[in-house]
Design a protein around this ligand. Structure first.
Ligand code: HEC
Length: 128
């Protein structure tokens, strides 16, 4: 009968409208609080990647942290570069350096993405 089918239809809609959102809420509530990179802001992850890269590739010469000298003179500590350059000018500088065009630096062979990450790290240095 049409009337019966109509009622089934209503109850199906009710199930979808009422139960489905409850399932979503339950799924969210039971999701573990995660600090995995997938859940964190991209900028934060870029800064971390940049720091790791800098430790690996730049820290032999440039001072990376907020204090202390560069391990190898005359390399400028990154925090001082931060002082002298805007984020954009630094990034442009990095791209030039990554291509191997800098008088005093070894060819770094960074990808554009790696240069961006290191720029993000340097930009994140809170100057004292
Ligand atoms: C073998 C030592 C060495 C390593 C490794 C090194 N640098 Fe340098 N870098 C120098 C020296 C020397 C200079 C020139 C003096 C100065 O400006 O600090 C320099 C200059 C720079 C400058 C300023 C250049 C300019 O004129 O604008 C930047 C930016 C820079 N380095 C970034 C980096 C980054 C990023 C890394 C790692 C990916 C790195 N360097 C690795 C030695 C090094």
């Amino acid at each position: 009968m049409d009337a019966k089918r109509g009622l089934d239809g209503v109850s199906r809609v009710l199930k979808i409208r009422v139960i489905a959102p409850l399932l979503v809420v339950a799924a969210c509530a039971s999701a573990p609080v995660s600090t995995s990179s997938a859940k964190r802001p991209a900028a934060e992850v870029a800064v971390e990647r940049g720091r790791d890269l800098a430790e690996l590739r730049c820290g032999g010469c440039h001072g990376l942290g907020l204090y202390g000298e560069s391990p190898r003179s005359p390399s400028t500590p990154f925090r001082d570069m931060r002082r002298g350059m805007t984020a954009l000018s630094f990034q442009q500088r990095m791209e030039t350096i990554a291509e191997g065009r800098h008088y005093d630096m070894p060819k770094l062979g960074l990808t554009a993405g790696e240069a961006d990450d290191i720029a993000a790290y340097i930009e994140s240095l809170e100057l004292p």
